[in-house]
Design a protein around this ligand. Structure first.
Ligand code: PGA
Length: 251
């Protein structure tokens, strides 16, 4: 089954709008044969996730690495788990841009796995790296993964608890480049990742819309998509859900 992750980022502006969007997303997911994980801002996560009879799952956009303590403004994996939140996005490029290091990301991943959360680790190269070619981008991404995932083998994580979101930074809709990766190149990246990390599921993220979703989610080796901007428009996201649900996973 394909996985779609809706990353709402710091949107929408009000709780009323968030409720409406969550309701429409849940409605669109009902009966669809794909997994849908919605990651709203923290402030609404439990309110929205505690509504009954929803087909969607819930995720956080970030998480801290300690269980409790004097860490003003942070949220722990244990808190998420006890609130019924199952997933956490870790290492999004917008957080890395705010100063989050690979070492911090590594601590967050380990703490989240210990707490039993499913992890969506975001990796991806800058435009400067990509301009050197796909081989250079692959080296960058694999190196990023080695650092971010260092030592996790000791925790014996189930592969079903780990997802990579390959998000070339230059392709994210707000990057301003207006560029989008191709399914072929994203698929080639996923193949390299899976060669180094057996059984790893790879999502593509970076300006996925209803127009290009089929190309990405149907591409062999891509297991779904992480959708930002397009997940904020209910009708648009519904089309993406339909596309992912209609996709057979190759054996
Ligand atoms: P986008 O965002 O779909 O708006 O490009 C993806 C992401 O940054 O997670």
């Amino acid at each position: 089954m394909k996985l779609l992750v809706a990353n709402w980022k710091m949107n929408p502006a009000t709780f009323g709008a968030a409720e409406k969007l969550a309701r429409a997303t849940a409605e669109a997911s009902r009966g669809a044969s794909c997994e849908v994980v919605v990651c709203p801002p923290f402030v609404w996560l439990t309110d929205l996730s505690h509504k009954k009879n929803q087909k969607i799952k819930w995720g956080a956009q970030d998480v801290f690495w300690k269980e409790t303590g004097a860490f003003t403004g942070e949220i722990s994996p244990l808190m998420l788990k006890s609130s019924g939140v199952g997933y956490a996005i870790i290492g999004h490029s917008e957080r890395r841009a705010l100063g989050e290091t690979d070492e911090m990301i590594n601590l967050k991943i380990k703490a989240s796995l210990r707490a039993g959360l499913k992890i969506i680790l975001c990796v991806g190269e800058s435009l400067a790296v990509r301009r050197k070619g796909l081989a250079a981008a692959k080296r960058f991404v694999l190196n990023q993964m080695r650092t971010d995932l260092r030592g996790i083998q000791n925790l014996k994580p189930k592969t079903s608890n780990l997802f990579i979101a390959y998000e070339p930074i230059w392709a994210i809709s707000t990057s301003g480049t207006g560029l989008v990766d191709t399914p072929e190149k994203a698929g080639a990246m996923a193949k390299s990742i899976k060669k180094s990390w057996r059984g790893m599921k790879v999502l593509y993220g970076g300006s996925v819309t209803s127009k290009n979703a089929a190309g990405f989610v149907k591409y062999p080796g891509l297991d779904g998509a992480l959708v930002g901007g397009a997940s904020l428009r209910a009708e648009e996201f519904k089309k993406i859900i339909k596309t992912a649900a209609g996709t057979k996973v190759p054996k």
